[in-house]
Structures are given as C-alpha cells and as structure tokens.
Write a protein that binds this ligand. Structure first.
Ligand SMILES: NC(=O)C1=CN([C@@H]2O[C@H](COP(=O)(O)OP(=O)(O)OC[C@H]3O[C@@H](n4cnc5c(N)ncnc54)[C@H](OP(=O)(O)O)[C@@H]3O)[C@@H](O)[C@H]2O)C=CC1
Ligand SMILES: CC(=O)N[C@@H](CCC(=O)OP(=O)(O)O)C(=O)O
Length: 349
C-alpha cells in the first residue's frame, strides 16, 4: 500500500512551484498528485519548463478546491499576494492542510497588511489561525498544525541573523539597520522592466526604500521577542545574479562581546537545528556557499571602535527563503525529521 502524503501545488508554474517539484523528487514520504495552473490547465508543465520533461508526466490541473481535495491531503500555495488571500479559505474549507508561500497570512494585524500590501486583508480568524513557520524559532508551534504561513525571503535571512542576539539582549533593537540584496529570481518568473536583462545586468539598484512589505514582518517578530514595538531601517537591493540573498545587519552592542562569544551564542541558540551554520570569527559567508540548498549561513564582526556588531546572513531565496523552508514546515507538521528530503549540498562553484 502507498502511504505517502499526497501533495498538490497551486502556482506550480512559478519559480517557487518548480523548486518544490525539484525537492520532492528527493522526498521519501511525499507523492505529487496534482500540479495546478490557473492559466494553462490541460497542458504539460514541461511545455513551459523543459527541464521538467519526464519528471512530471501528469498534465496541469485547474484551480478547483473541491477537486484538489479529492487528489491531495496537503496543498502548497505558491501564488502571488492577493491571490492566496482569496484562495486559501476555500482550500481549508475543503479539508486540505495548507502551506502558503505568499505574504498574505504572515502579519497578524489585517490593517497593517492592507497598509503594506495594498490588498484586502484575509479574515482576522484566518490570520490568527495561520502559524508563522520559521522552523528554527517557532518549530514547536508548527508541529501538528494544518495551516502554515511561510516566512518571506528577506525576513528569513534577516531574522535568523538577528534573533539570537536580540533575545539575549546583546544588541539594542532600536539601533538595527538592515542592508539586504537579492538575486532577480526573488521577483518571480513574470517579466517586468525591473528584471529585464538590459536593466539589471551590470547594474545594482536599491528599491522600495522604507516601503518594502517585509518591514512589518521583521518588526512583528522582533517585537514579539522583545515584548515591545521595534522599528528597523531596511533597504533592499537587486543584484545581477539569479539566486541568493545577503542580508547585512548593523546594531549597537549593549555590552562588550568578542566575535568568539557571539559565534558561541548563536551556536547554542541553533544547536540541533540542521540548516543554520555559523562561520568562525574572521570568516563571512557568500551567497554561492548556500546556492540550491536549504542552509542559512551567518558570520559576524564586532567593531570595538564603534561598539557595533555586523552580522552577515545568506540564503538561497528560492530554497530557505521559500520552497525549502515550506518543505521543512511540512516535515514538522507531519511529525517527520525536519530535514527529510532537504539534505542537499549547495551547488558550488
Ligand atoms: N521568488 C522568491 O524568491 C520568493 C517568493 N515568495 C512568494 O511565493 C509566491 C510565489 O512566488 P514565485 O514562484 O516567485 O512567483 P511566480 O510569479 O514565479 O509564480 C506565481 C505563480 O502563481 C500562479 N498564479 C497567478 N495567478 C493565479 C491565480 N489567480 N490563481 C492561481 N494561481 C495563480 C501563476 O501560475 P499560473 O498562471 O500557471 O496559474 C504563477 O506561475 C509569491 O507570493 C511570492 O511573493 C516568497 C519567498 C521567496
Ligand atoms: C527581488 C525581489 O523583487 N524580491 C521581492 C520578494 C517578494 C516576495 O517574496 O514577496 P512576499 O514575501 O511578500 O510574498 C520583493 O522585494 O518584493
């Protein structure tokens, strides 16, 4: 008898969707039973993604929650913000477990969501019900739940880099400045002037200054940890590369700490967590060192002259920043080993 978990993917024709498909080829407990598209049902996914030839043979299904529930136990919604908010309620009503990759269910206050995302907020009930799936921090809350909101790509790199020092009280949260850079796949597959080759190649641009939708997500989590509101300065940049996020963070230390002590604090915090790796003092990670993998790598530098700590955190936006983290959440929901199907060594060089 086949006891595998039956999984469907809405948004399977996007970058997050095809990354889920790639990782599921390696997962011993999962069978993809439906790949779903709102615009190409009946067609082969290999028409748009020839690299999936013979990987997925079943044609694309349409978006019909009742039908999805007959084919699957759990559904990933790798759909744009605004779309997930409308679709997820009917998937939950149909009895499916849901892991949503969009930003629609991450913010607990609907009015904050509407301010930053400019879409109508989901119901307060659903915002309350969604568990924020940052496994290294809230993993115990994910276990056994049926609805997970997967963290954003920038917040993943940033929060994993900040939380141990903030929780320990070693940095002053009011002094945090975050300088983040992303590869172009972070914007999804849809073309736009911004990610047009001639606009982006040999170019380095800042965007959405003080308006990025991930600002309230970072502030919400840090505020929960400190118990009082936190505001951060957060600037995003587009880098001419395909994958990868580097988040460089600066904050004032509250006491005197060496690089060694900081590394040891983080090692203790992330003890037994398979996907967060710390660099030794004097070594800092680069995006290629996590490419294609579910790792988040973190390095540090204390500046005794200024009393500031610099933290550098890197992830692959499509893996730890999206699909890999979503699979990690699925593993925890199902009571499986956190790293099942995810033990991929980064592609290097
Ligand atoms: N790219 C990244 O690094 C990250 C992305 N995310 C989030 O994950 C989600 C997916 O991102 P990504 O894969 O990059 O985006 P893409 O733009 O590459 O893909 C989105 C997919 O959603 C599908 N879609 C669009 N409209 C609808 C609809 N009305 N109903 C059902 N499906 C629809 C489209 O497929 P079709 O037309 O075939 O239905 C499309 O392929 C987004 O919310 C994004 O913000 C989160 C973290 C990182
Ligand atoms: C490079 C790039 O454009 N990245 C996107 C990431 C968007 C994203 O993942 O959005 P949600 O997490 O809110 O769903 C951006 O900065 O808006």
């Amino acid at each position: 008898m086949n006891n595998k978990l039956r999984v469907a993917i809405v948004g399977s024709t996007g970058y997050g969707g095809v990354e889920l498909i790639r990782f599921f080829q390696n997962h011993p407990q999962v069978e993809i039973t439906s790949v779903i598209s709102s615009s190409s049902s009946g067609e082969s996914i290999a028409d748009g993604f020839p690299h999936l030839t013979d990987v997925i043979r079943r044609p694309l299904d349409g978006v019909d929650p009742a039908e999805i529930a007959t084919r699957a136990d759990l559904v990933f919604t790798a759909t744009p913000s605004g779309v997930s908010a409308k679709l997820v309620p009917s998937l939950l009503e149909a009895g499916l477990k849901v892991i949503d990759l969009s930003g629609d269910f991450r913010l607990k206050d609907g009015s904050v969501y509407e301010h930053w995302y400019k879409h109508p907020a989901p119901s307060a009930n659903l915002l309350e019900r969604a568990v924020y799936g940052m496994a290294e921090v809230y993993g115990d809350e994910v276990k056994g739940k049926d609805f997970i909101s997967n963290p954003g790509c920038y917040p993943t790199a940033t929060l994993l880099g900040l939380i141990p020092a903030v929780e320990a009280g070693w940095i002053d949260p009011s002094t945090i400045i975050i300088d983040a850079k992303s590869g172009v796949s972070g914007a999804g597959r849809g073309t736009s002037l911004t990610n047009h080759y001639a606009e982006m190649n040999e170019n380095f641009k800042a965007y959405k200054l003080n308006k990025h939708q991930h600002i309230p997500e970072i502030e919400q989590v840090l505020g929960n940890i400190t118990g009082s509101p936190v505001t951060v300065t957060f600037t995003t940049h587009l880098v001419p590369m395909t994958r990868g996020i580097m988040s460089t963070m600066y904050a004032k230390l509250t006491g005197e700490h060496s690089d060694r002590e900081i590394v040891d604090l983080y090692r203790k915090y992330y003890e037994n967590r398979p996907f967060v790796r710390m660099r030794e003092p004097g070594i800092w990670p680069s995006t290629k060192e996590v490419y294609g993998s579910n790792y988040c790598d973190i390095g540090f530098s204390v500046d005794p002259r200024t009393g500031r700590l610099t933290i550098i955190s890197v992830i692959d936006n499509l893996v730890k920043g999206a699909s890999g983290q979503a699979i990690q959440n699925m593993n925890l929901m199902m009571g499986w080993e956190e790293n099942l199907g995810l033990n991929m060594t980064p592609v290097y060089p």
